[in-house]
Design a protein around this ligand. Structure first.
Ligand SMILES: Nc1ncnc2c1ncn2[C@@H]1O[C@H](COP(=O)(O)OP(=O)(O)OP(=O)(O)O)[C@@H](O)[C@H]1O
Ligand SMILES: [Mg+2]
Length: 510
């Protein structure tokens, strides 16, 4: 086929489509046209998964210039001069400078929180045009912002214990704000292999719809994050939400009235979400509830009616969520239709938790967040100081092997304290902090050995005290001759008692 044949063929195909379209518009009744349009639109959605927002220059009845349009124009002005290929030049207000902006139908690529966006300046020309040397006043300008449908929904952070600026409605038990935590797995300081393992686990979970259905399990996963304060438990939750594009429900158990309220809260959570209970060991006396039986409670109350009333008053304010209520919550018994949910508990004291609460199947993966390793430090150094290597790194590595420091403390030291603060100063600050931590640990160890030694002494002390007391008793029983009058009366009484006892009991061997 020659080039000419090909163009002729294409031309006749286009002409055919145009003809069919004209016939469709003219003869097909409107309801059917709408029906077809609806499905064409859906079909388009599959091929064109982008969202477009238009911002028109002139708005309202009086066609005033829109403030949003002016703000976008100003915002894009600097980007245009860097990135746009076709620019429009205007004289600035001072009549001396030149202001450059993007020309009509020009496109600029931009980024917002890691999301790729496209800005386009469009013009719409009225259909009835009269010939004129001057630009028509009817030409309308508008910007279009285009982004992928995936980013249509901004992530939200929900809470059942809101403070002032949280948004909520009477219908919902949760209030929310836009979730804007910047943490990612790249910026999280931890052992790279462990990090990869968690990422793989999350990916497997998020793609596991069929698998969970096949094995007959609710599509949910529980993570227990434990470790000392400042090791990145909350940061990891934010990184997980950003990675999976899930909402977060921060559940404050202490303000949940009872199991029924807990159930309602769970039902109101959406799919693709992470439900978090921070510091679970402090949230409820879950272990206590298990250990104390009802009978024991009742016995205590009967003995002390005041404490009973106090207890009742206190417990009317306190949460009545029980361990079994919480277990049902985790097992998802109340959410038969529940889909794609992650439940996370955090704690500083894993040993305090009831084993039932954290057994596999409930908290499927136990993740220990620990003190900062040199690998972790390298992530933070890259993140905070943009450093891959430095002559102080070996010294830091050695100190980190010798002492414990949390990632939170490392991060704090790596933050420049002045605008001009350089990387070397920050690293030196960290070295100082590490040396201090090492010295503190040494002193603590010394103190602990001293305490151990002294805790061994009290027994000896006790023995000597006993000996002294015995001697005192004897003194009282056999008063010294120079004792004062009152004392000698007491001593007489004691002597009487002793004699009395000796008559009743056999005399001890001395
Ligand atoms: N592993 C980490 N990687 C990166 N930054 C971290 C890490 N751990 C802590 N940080 C930094 O320290 C701050 C405190 O960390 P985070 O709140 O995550 O600690 P936590 O383990 O939840 O502490 P707590 O037990 O007190 O709640 C964070 O804002 C973050 O800047
Ligand atoms: Mg935390």
């Amino acid at each position: 086929m020659t080039g000419g044949d090909m163009w002729a063929g294409l031309g006749s195909t286009v002409a055919g489509i145009m003809f069919a379209w004209a016939m469709f518009q003219q003869y097909v009744p409107l309801p059917l046209r709408r029906y077809v349009a609806k499905y064409t639109h859906r079909l388009m959605g599959y091929f064109y998964p982008y969202i477009q927002i238009s911002i028109h220059e002139l708005t309202g009845e009086h066609m005033k210039r829109s403030e949003a349009y002016t703000a976008i124009e100003a915002y894009l002005s600097s980007k245009s001069s860097e990135r746009a290929r076709r620019l429009k030049a205007d004289i600035g207000k001072d009549s001396k400078s030149m202001v450059l902006s993007m020309d009509a139908n020009e496109e600029i690529t931009d980024e917002f929180k890691g999301i790729k966006l496209w800005w386009t300046l469009n013009t719409s020309i009225p259909k009835t045009q009269s010939f004129s040397f001057y630009p028509s006043a009817d030409v309308k300008h508008y910007y279009t912002l285009t982004f992928h449908n995936l980013h249509r929904k901004l992530r939200k952070l929900f809470t059942n214990n809101p403070s002032e600026n949280w948004r909520g409605s009477k219908r919902s038990m949760w209030c929310h704000v836009v979730f804007e935590h910047p943490a990612t797995f790249q910026t999280l300081a931890m052992d790279p292999e462990k990090k990869q393992e968690i990422v793989d686990d999350l990916v497997t979970f998020s793609k596991g719809k069929e698998y969970y259905a096949k094995v007959g399990k609710t599509w949910k996963r529980g993570y227990l994050l434990y470790g000392p304060p400042g090791t990145g438990k909350s940061t990891m939750i934010a990184a997980m939400a950003n990675f999976l594009n899930y909402d977060i429900y921060d559940l404050e158990l202490t303000v949940v009235k009872d199991n029924t309220e807990l159930r309602k809260l769970l039902i109101e959570t959406s799919s693709k979400s992470i439900i978090v209970i921070e510091d679970i060991d402090c949230s409820l006396d879950l272990t206590g509830q298990r250990k104390k039986t009802h009978e024991e409670d009742e016995d205590e109350e009967e003995n002390d009616p005041i404490s009973k009333r106090e207890k009742e008053e206190k417990s009317s304010k306190e949460s009545k969520v029980t361990l079994s209520g919480l277990l049902n919550f985790i097992d998802g018994l109340w959410s038969a239709c529940g889909e794609e949910r992650i439940i996370i508990f955090t704690t500083n004291h894993v040993e305090k938790l009831d084993p039932a609460l954290i057994r596999r199947g409930r908290m499927d993966k136990h993740i220990k967040l620990s003190y900062c390793s040199f690998q972790g430090f390298k992530v933070l150094a890259k993140n905070y100081l943009d450093l891959n290597s430095h002559h102080l790194f070996p010294k830091i590595c050695r100190l980190m092997e010798e002492t414990e420091i949390t990632p939170a403390d490392v991060a704090e030291n790596l933050m420049p304290k002045t605008i001009t603060g350089d990387a070397e100063t920050c690293l030196e600050n960290l070295i100082q902090a590490l040396e201090m931590a090492k010295e503190e640990a040494r002193l603590k160890a010394v103190e602990e050995t001293k305490e151990k030694e002294t805790s061994a002494k009290p027994e000896m002390k006790d023995e000597s005290l006993l000996a002294k007391e015995e001697a005192k008793d004897k003194d009282q029983a056999y008063p010294k001759e120079d004792a004062k009058e009152g004392e000698s009366i007491k001593a007489d009484e004691a002597l009487d008692k002793l004699l009395e006892r000796e008559t009743l009991e056999p005399a001890p061997d001395v």
